[in-house]
Design a protein around this ligand. Structure first.
Ligand SMILES: [Ca+2]
Ligand SMILES: [Ca+2]
Ligand SMILES: [Ca+2]
Length: 337
């Protein structure tokens, strides 16, 4: 006769090889079976899971145990001769460190005697970026909140660069224009809202967005980038250097944001059709290039690049500081050939 210990070993080994095979009832009199949990995607063992076994026939809990040694497996002893109609339920207590589990619960498993194997998804998390809509340069330091829609409730609050603080704070630990949340309580729908405090200056607070966060495997992350615009405008007038009342129509310019390290907004032409943020707001070749939705307080460098026949490109750049809610007029004197 096998000792209980060697029987356990034998059962455990049998459990591992029997995964996915038809249930072959092992020595029922002893009432042992193994339960394993693995991470979806990686197949890594999931430690510290607890289980309870419900008797669906007679009712009541037949056994319960936790994976206290953290190897991803427990042997459950039911103290019953038979367990033909069992349901195994997982629970995910806090980790020994006191942190919440990074895993989502796996569904209950029904069945008779067989090795039970659970595959758990990870809880999802978000990475939310902020960048200037014109230059696509990242804007560090923004703050946001994340609310779960159902069941409704706050799930996260933090600012880019904050130290992680429980579920809150920035979990990438860097001031890098991206806020990484902790793993969220559930998969599901979340609303991400930018808060007024510590919004990068010169920009308008963006509307909240709804994001669906599905169950995650390792490496999965839900991302969103807020494209921030401001309320400042610049009107670039090109005039004849000799006759300042004469508009020079159809000139083109390259605009750079000096505040964002000289990043280019692109090439803009007086009279070009507007498409998104590109083009001329007034869409008329009238001698004025109208730039809108710029960041208040930023310094823009405007350089003429092409002019109508008969004129010479003005090489000297114009530097102007945009003002929120205003359109600042600058004049580029353009000489004849
Ligand atoms: Ca164990
Ligand atoms: Ca960050
Ligand atoms: Ca125009």
């Amino acid at each position: 006769m096998l000792s209980p210990r060697s029987l356990l070993t034998a059962l455990s080994t049998a459990a591992l090889v029997a995964v996915g095979l038809a249930a072959a009832p092992p020595a029922q009199a002893y009432g042992y079976f193994s339960v394993h949990t693995f991470e979806r995607g990686s197949g890594a063992p999931v430690p510290y899971v607890c289980y309870s076994v419900e008797d669906l026939g007679a009712g009541g809990t037949l056994a319960s145990a936790c994976d206290n040694d953290g190897d991803g497996m427990v042997l459950l002893e039911t103290h019953a001769d038979e367990c033909g109609d069992c349901r195994v339920h997982q629970s995910l207590p806090d980790l020994p460190t006191g942190e919440k589990t990074p895993y989502l619960l796996a569904p209950d498993q029904d069945g008779g005697w067989h090795p039970y194997v659970f595959h758990n998804y990870l809880k999802p998390y978000l990475e939310v970026g902020y960048r200037d809509a014109h230059t696509e340069v990242g804007l560090p330091g923004a703050c946001m909140t994340v609310h779960e829609k159902e069941p409704s409730g706050g799930a996260f609050a933090g600012c880019d660069g904050d130290a992680p603080n429980g579920e809150n704070g920035d979990h990438d630990g860097e001031r890098n224009a991206v806020i990484r949340t902790a793993r969220l309580p559930h998969d599901g729908d979340y609303t991400v809202a930018t808060t007024n405090r510590f919004l990068p200056t010169g920009y308008v607070k963006p509307d909240p967005v709804d994001l669906y966060a599905p169950p995650a495997e390792p490496g999965d992350v839900v991302t969103h980038t807020f494209e921030l615009t401001g309320t400042a405008g610049i009107a670039v007038r090109a005039v004849d250097a000799r006759r300042p009342r004469k508009a020079v129509k159809g000139a083109c310019y390259v605009v750079r944001d000096r505040t964002l390290g000289g990043a280019s907004l692109g090439r803009f032409c007086d009279g070009s059709v507007r498409s998104g943020l590109a083009g001329d707001e007034d869409q008329a070749a009238n001698g004025v290039l109208t730039l809108v939705l710029l960041a208040g307080g930023h310094e823009y460098v405007i350089k003429q690049r092409s002019v109508p026949d008969g004129y010479r490109v003005t090489k000297k750049a114009t530097v102007v500081t945009a003002v929120s809610g205003e359109s600042t007029v600058v004049t580029v004197r353009t000489s004849r050939r």
